[in-house]
Design a protein around this ligand. Structure first.
Ligand code: CTP
Ligand code: CA
Length: 225
């Protein structure tokens, strides 16, 4: 087994993590989604448990087993994920938004199967709520961490999201390299915060997850007397 953290750097902390894709219904048999596997979020949950945190994962539809000692809430749509997140964030010290939330959903989910008609069809889509931004902007917000998958200007776009959403930390991924990221077991990232950044070299997602947890633990306000 790989070594645990030298000390339980998140002992007594409550961590909530969103993971995986969301699924946005078009009709009873069809939906819009993306390729997120949920692996990074589940690796973060394992690392948080190792660090001694009480850990809850809010999972979109993924084919992954629940890690030991992790509480799991399964959700389907972005709006379901938003509801669960707002509820659980109220009790959290740390909120990590690792999910690939669908930015848009069908404006209307049909109650009966859509029938094939003409040669083309147009789908009307409507914006989903921004889950991590609403968590970060609540009163007594937890230490809130986002992810940003970008193909270009990676750090600049990530820093923009950090500021716009009011996050404490963002994990920027360069997804122009299709060998790593979305469905793979490896990842590389740049951690970006208000007055600094740190490169994490390509590694197994478990290693990346431990480094992210370590960074978060180091940035938490200390409970000085
Ligand atoms: N996120 C979220 N709710 C959404 C969209 C995104 O909580 N409706 C979170 C993601 O979980 C991630 C961060 O916001 O932690 C950044 O997601 P990303 O898709 O990179 O940013 P967007 O603001 O959606 O911008 P765009 O997709 O246009 O780059
Ligand atoms: Ca998005």
């Amino acid at each position: 087994a790989e070594s645990l953290f030298p000390r339980e750097c998140l002992a007594g902390k409550r961590v909530v993590i969103t993971a995986g894709p969301t699924r946005e219904a078009l009709d009873p048999v069809r939906y819009i989604t993306n390729h997120s596997s949920g692996k990074m979020g589940f690796a973060l949950a394992r690392a948080a448990v190792e660090a001694g945190a009480s850990t809850t994962i809010i999972a979109g539809p993924v084919a992954l087993e629940t890690p030991e000692h992790v509480q799991r809430v399964d959700v389907t749509s972005a709006r379901d994920m938003a509801t669960a997140s707002n509820e659980l964030a109220a009790e959290a010290d740390i909120f990590i938004a690792c999910a690939a939330v669908a930015d848009y959903r069908p404006a209307e989910a049909q109650t009966s199967k859509i029938k094939k008609t003409g040669e083309s069809i147009t789908l009307a889509l409507t914006r989903n709520p921004d889950i991590v931004a609403s968590v970060a902007q609540r009163e007594n917000a937890p230490f809130t961490v986002g992810f940003a998958a970008e193909t270009d200007n990676v750090v600049a776009y990530a820093r923009g999201k950090l500021e716009r959403k009011g996050l404490a930390l963002i994990v920027a991924n360069d997804v122009s390299n299709s060998q790593i990221g979305f469905n793979s077991n490896e990842n590389a990232a740049t951690l970006v915060w208000a007055d600094g950044q740190r490169e994490l070299a390509q590694a197994n997602k478990n290693t990346i997850a431990r480094q992210i947890i370590d960074q978060i633990a180091g940035m938490l306000p200390t409970n000085s007397p």
